[in-house]
Ligand binder design. Structure first.
Ligand code: MRU
Length: 351
């Protein structure tokens, strides 16, 4: 049985800079990078050195502080112009995960609430708020895991996609937090891990996290999932999300939508584990979720070797949107949310 408290932390604030576990090197090497300016943080988010919706939010919050900490401490108005410039710049790193926008909005609102204070004091408050966002995410993810355990049968074959573990959050994860906690409770698990083309978050990162926790797992190609589900070898699917609209439409790693349809067709429950910070309550449905399109070279190359003819045309969306009708329930820090999602999310956000 693993102890969830020993689970890795991939982002750490150290006196005056951020240390991240650079995920592009995993699983072969554990390389830690020190990030001391907003430009380096933008690059780390863009290049997926730090990735996964909640982790992107935490990284952006620290990156924002790094971007404002050297600003002149004169009039609030000129400080604010620069604050907005730093936030707008960080927002361009990755568009789909709403946590990035959510964290920056929270920091900007905090600054406005303290506009009468000295700018040096405001900067300290921003750093404290970034640390709070980080600490809250760890607690939230633990709660998601604890809340999700009731949905996991005592013996369960669970299929998951992409990486939703400690690497993707402050600690524990979202979908993987449910798996870690069910394992800790003594459930007998077998996890099917989709490799997750093209950047292999499943094979490189999820396998690494599950094997470290000694949770039985098998790596499969993305296209194996369908036949496993049809043969009755999957009891439940659990994934995370990058942005959930107020009606429950869910953007997550490309390949999630087909899994949801397959699960539905075969009467297998399809769960989405998310912190409330991933729910974009302002957004009516999934139509308007911005979907990041990444460099075609990610699919035309493998390990720096070409696997397609030179100059091949590509289409490489990083995420897809699963209509809410395929989602059995959301697992959040506030509990299990069942349909009608629209109504139940609104009640949560009104509280
Ligand atoms: O492109 P990535 O690796 O940042 O995509 C990550 C995902 O799609 C995760 O499933 C999602 O962010 C949920 S993480 C807790």
């Amino acid at each position: 049985m693993s102890n969830t408290d020993t689970i890795v932390e991939s982002i750490e604030w150290r006196d005056d800079h951020v240390r991240i576990l650079d995920q592009t090197y995993l699983p072969n090497r554990e390389v830690y990078s020190d990030i001391r300016d907003v430009g380096r943080m933008w690059e780390a988010i863009k290049k997926l050195r730090v990735r996964g919706a909640p982790a992107i939010g935490i990284a952006a919050a620290y990156g924002f502080y790094l971007g404002i900490k050297e600003l002149p401490e004169n009039a609030f108005e000129s400080f604010w112009v620069e604050v907005e410039r730093v936030a707008d710049y960080l927002e361009t790193a990755r568009p789909t995960a709403v946590n990035l926008h959510w964290a920056l909005e929270r920091l900007k609102t905090t600054i406005q609430a303290h506009k009468d204070k000295d700018i040096s004091e405001i900067k300290d408050i921003v750093l404290e708020t970034a640390k709070t966002i980080h600490a809250e995410d760890k607690r939230t993810c633990k709660k998601i895991g604890e809340n999700g355990v009731e949905l996991v049968p005592k013996e369960a074959r669970i299929l998951t996609h992409c990486n939703t573990g400690s690497l993707a959050t402050g600690q524990y994860g979202t979908a993987l937090s449910v798996i870690f906690h069910a394992h800790e409770e003594g459930n007998k698990l077998q996890v099917w891990v989709d490799e997750t083309r093209p950047l292999l978050q499943g094979s490189r990162l999820t396998s690494w996290e599950l094997m470290n926790a000694e949770i039985p797992m098998k790596l499969i190609t993305d296209s194996t999932a369908g036949s496993l589900i049809r043969r009755g070898e999957v009891d439940m699917v659990i994934v995370g999300a990058d942005r959930v609209a107020s009606n429950g439409d869910t953007a997550n790693k490309i390949g999630t939508y087909p899994l949801a349809v397959l699960a539905n067709e075969n009467d297998v429950p399809f769960y989405v584990a998310v912190p409330l910070s991933t729910i974009d309550i302002e957004l009516e449905n999934g139509e308007d979720i911005p979907i990041e399109e990444r460099d075609g070279d990610e699919i035309a190359s493998f390990n720096d070797s070409k696997v397609a003819p030179k100059k091949v045309e590509t289409y490489n969306p990083a995420f897809d949107v699963t209509p809410h009708r395929y989602v059995t329930a959301f697992i959040t820090e506030e509990g299990i949310i069942k349909p009608d999602f629209d109504e139940n999310f609104k009640a949560l956000f009104e509280d």
